[in-house]
Design a protein around this ligand. Structure first.
Ligand SMILES: C[S@@+](CC[C@H](N)C(=O)[O-])C[C@H]1O[C@@H](n2cnc3c(N)ncnc32)[C@H](O)[C@@H]1O
Length: 193
């Protein structure tokens, strides 16, 4: 059984330390994201990335903010409402099925993949609901001891991420460190030529 983030710890997701070690605008600037795209922020938490993603895709685009925890989704909605963002749709999942209301151009998974019970099946489901040029971005904690984040045993190595991605209908394009604590992997949907 994987460990799921406790909504009572929500404030940690927006702490000054997190803004320092994982600035949302910096992460988003590295995504293959275009204005007008439909992006899934899966496991959106309290909307730390949803808000800047929604600004980035603009009014012709949309962010599908998805979470299994109603408290998290409510916090994201409050944040985006306060920011006057009209291009966010909120989707509560059951933790097993994707239940997306429409196909997407990109999926963003920040500190979520290590919490997913059956990651291969999950990534396969995601690949199936993408548009042709669909991309996937995965932010995860680096698998090394540090003062923040989940226990070392729950962290994913780049090798583990590579195997999950390549084994579920995606092709890994690149991976980079986001010092001091995270890594970013970008993949695209695999197609038979
Ligand atoms: C560590 S938080 C990260 C939140 C956000 N992505 C961020 O970086 O600020 C992980 C989030 O993923 C959600 N989550 C975990 N497993 C999920 C699942 N199977 N389906 C939907 N959401 C899930 C949790 O409820 C939690 O809000």
């Amino acid at each position: 059984m994987t460990h799921r983030f406790d909504p009572k710890q929500m404030a940690k997701l927006d702490s000054p330390v997190r803004r320092q070690i994982l600035p949302p605008e910096l992460v988003i600037s590295k995504l293959p994201l275009l204005p007008g795209q439909v992006i899934v922020d899966f496991g959106c938490g309290s909307g730390y990335f949803t808000e800047p993603l929604a600004r980035q895709v603009g009014l012709n685009g949309k962010v599908l903010a998805v979470d299994v925890a109603p408290e998290m989704l409510a916090a994201t909605r409050e944040r985006c409402d306060q920011a006057g963002l009209l291009n966010v749709e909120y989707v509560q999942t059951d933790g097993v099925n994707l239940l997306l209301p429409q196909p997407a151009d990109g999926v963003f998974l920040a500190n979520v993949l290590h919490e997913i019970e059956k990651p291969v099946e999950f990534l396969q489901q995601l690949a199936a609901v993408m548009t042709t040029a669909g991309w996937l971005a995965i932010v995860e904690w680096l698998p090394q001891p540090m003062e923040w984040g989940p226990p070392l045993s729950e962290r994913l190595t780049i090798q583990a991420i590579y195997e999950l991605v390549e084994g579920s209908g995606w092709e890994l394009l690149c991976w980079e460190k986001l010092p001091p604590a995270h890594g970013l992997a970008i993949a695209r949907r695999k197609y038979d030529d």
